[in-house]
Every structure is written in structure tokens, then in C-alpha cells.
Ligand binder design. Structure first.
Ligand code: NDP
Length: 296
């Protein structure tokens, strides 16, 4: 039987409804409007699409939002100065710097300069440390989006064997740390695979839940998964397609036609994890505006 589709657009819309309701309450009770600052250094077509989606999301939620565009040759000191100013701006509760940055700017210095209480991407070392130790914090958007997709589609990871392929600092590693916490919506047994794995398919076949975050178009095939597994495709890859209007199409890391014949449930690309990332970014901004995350 073909797999059920896990609809990221629908689940993201539910989360946005909750964020909107939370925002209205925060405005009514405490006269606080969540504010998000987005910093873009240089030009990149993928980032432009993200700016548009983020702007639309903020508008829908009733947030205050600003976008700071800096040229590609901006010195690091100027970017750090802007971040420090936003750290002190009372109207701004979330600061997001689009990665990757031009080579004259050191990413780690940028991430540690953002006030961790405004770090809606969850990349500041304080947030990384708190995530690993299971403390309350702002958590990275895409990994939390994956967790929400699982829970809200009736595929709670508790007690399941989750195999994550990809160990990046923005997806794989935080996701591992989220799913193995002894907490509701987590408590999974997690295996993490990467290019060092000698036999990737032996590992992927063990997964009750397989999460592909490799950035390798359509490389997880149907014969690499256990029948009845749940498959989450984080990948977004551009592949050439002469039949497409702009000459390319977007595809995931999962070979959808073969995997959907074997899996119980699978996310599409686009329309799976992608919409969740923005929804969680908006939720993180609301949480930052509500405060009290770091009261322990
Ligand atoms: P990175 O390139 O930073 O990391 C890729 C990881 O996959 C690495 O750990 C790499 O291993 C591993 N890997 C690559 N090829 C293989 C292979 N053949 N076998 C086993 N492991 C492999 O990517 P990101 O984590 O930043 O992104 C992953 C994908 O997710 C991309 O397609 C990206 O566009 C997408 N993405 C989607 C988002 C969304 O909102 N939906 C948000 C963020 C990312 P090693 O460490 O050994 O090199």
C-alpha cells in the first residue's frame, strides 16, 4: 500500500494559528508585540525566498519585523555592531542572521554575539548546551519542525529507533539531542549516520523512523528502508530539469517514488519539513517575546 503523506503545510498552518492566538493574547495582556530582525549579508536567491516567506509569516502573525540588508563585503565589525544594537532594541525579541556568511566574517563570533535570549535560531552555545542537557531554551527551527511533524502526524518518536542521516550543526546534531531527551515527544533511541558509515543501508533499514538530512538528491531509495517505516525528508536540492519552466526542480534527499511504495508515511518535498521551519521560527519569536524561558 502506498505511504500516507505527512502534510507539512497543514501542520505548519496549525502551529501558526496557535502562534497567532498567543500573539493576540500577549498584545492584549501585556501590550507586547513580538519583533523579529532578519539580517542578510550579500545576495543569494535562496535567502531572498526565505526573506519573503518570513516577511509574510510575520505579517500574518501580527509581528513587528525588520530586514537589515548588508553588502557582501561588509566588515565583521560592522555586522557585530548591528547585532549589539539589536540586542539592546526593546522592540526586537528575535534576531536571525542568514547563514552562510561571506568568508571575511567568522560565523562563531556572530552567533555568540547575538543575545542568547533573542537567538531564535537556537545556535548560540548557551542554547546548544541547554538543549544537550535537557534544559528549557530556544531550540533550532528545522529540527523542532521535524519533531512536531512526527508528533502531530501520530508518529510519536517515544521508544522508536530513529536513524538520522546527516550530522550538521543546524539539522542532524540538534535533532539527535532533541529526540533523545527523556521528555514527551522525544525519548527515542537514536542512531546518527554520516559519510563515515561503512554500510549506510544496513543502518537505514533498522529505522522505525528515518530522517534524511544529507543534501544529496534522491539518495535514500526504497530498498534502503524497513517496510512500514516513517520517513522524514529534510533535504532541499535543486536538480536540473529541462521540462521545468526555470530549468530546475526541487527535490529531497529521498527517492519519493520508490520510498513511498515501502514506507508507512513520508513527507513530500516541497510541502514537508520546509513550511515547518518558518512556523517554528515564528513560535520561537513569540516565546522569546513572552520571556521566562531562562528563569531556572
Ligand atoms: P550539510 O551539508 O551541512 O550536512 C550534510 C550531512 O549529511 C553531513 O553530516 C554529511 O556527512 C552527511 N552526508 C552527506 N552525504 C552523505 C552520504 N552519502 N551518506 C551519509 N551521510 C552523508 O547539510 P545541512 O544539514 O545543512 O542540510 C541538509 C539538507 O537539508 C540540505 O539539502 C539542506 O538544503 C536541507 N535543509 C532544509 C531545511 C528546511 O527548512 N527544510 C533547513 C536546513 C537544511 P559528513 O559530516 O560526514 O560530511
Amino acid at each position: 500500500m502506498p505511504a500516507t503523506l505527512i502534510d507539512g503545510k497543514k501542520i505548519a498552518a496549525q502551529i501558526k494559528q496557535e502562534v497567532k492566538a498567543g500573539t493576540e493574547k500577549l498584545k492584549a495582556d501585556r501590550r507586547i508585540t513580538p519583533g523579529l530582525a532578519y539580517i542578510l549579508v550579500g545576495e543569494n536567491p535562496a535567502s531572498e525566498a526565505y526573506v519573503r516567506m518570513k516577511g509574510k509569516g510575520c505579517e500574518e502573525m501580527g509581528f513587528y519585523s525588520i530586514t537589515e540588508r548588508l553588502p557582501a563585503n561588509t566588515p565583521e565589525s560592522q555586522l557585530l555592531e548591528l547585532i549589539r544594537r539589536l540586542n539592546h532594541d526593546r522592540l526586537i525579541h528575535g534576531i536571525l542572521v542568514q547563514l552562510p556568511l561571506p568568508e571575511q566574517i567568522k560565523e562563531s563570533r556572530v552567533l555568540t554575539t547575538i543575545d542568547y535570549r533573542k537567538d531564535v535560531d537556537g545556535f548560540h552555545p548557551v542554547n546548544v548546551g541547554r538543549l544537550v542537557t535537557g534544559q528549557e531554551c530556544l531550540r533550532p527551527c528545522t529540527p523542532v519542525g521535524v519533531q512536531e511533524l512526527l508528533v502531530r502526524s501520530g508518529n510519536d518518536p517515544g521508544g522508536k529507533h530513529v536513524v538520522i542521516v546527516g550530522r550538521s550543526n543546524i539539522v542532524g546534531k540538534p535533532l539527535l539531542n532533541i529526540l533523545l531527551q527523556k521528555q514527551p515527544g522525544a525519548n527515542a533511541v537514536v542512531t546518527m549516520a554520516h559519510t563515515g558509515a561503512r554500510d549506510l543501508s544496513r543502518l537505514t533499514k533498522l529505522a522505525d523512523i528515518l530522517i534524511a538530512a544529507m543534501g544529496r538528491a534522491e539518495s535514500i531509495k526504497g530498498d534502503m528502508i524497513k517496510p512500514g517505516a516513517v520517513v522524514i525528508d529534510v533535504g532541499i536540492n535543486r536538480v536540473e530539469d529541462p521540462t521545468a519552466k526555470n530549468g530546475y526542480r526541487l527535490t529531497g534527499d529521498v527517492h519519493f517514488p520508490s520510498v513511498s511504495q515501502v514506507a508507512a508515511a513520508v513527507t513530500p518535498v516541497p510541502g514537508g519539513v520546509g513550511p515547518m521551519t518558518i512556523a517554528i521560527l515564528l513560535r520561537n519569536t513569540l516565546r522569546a517575546a513572552q520571556g521566562n524561558i531562562y528563569s531556572d
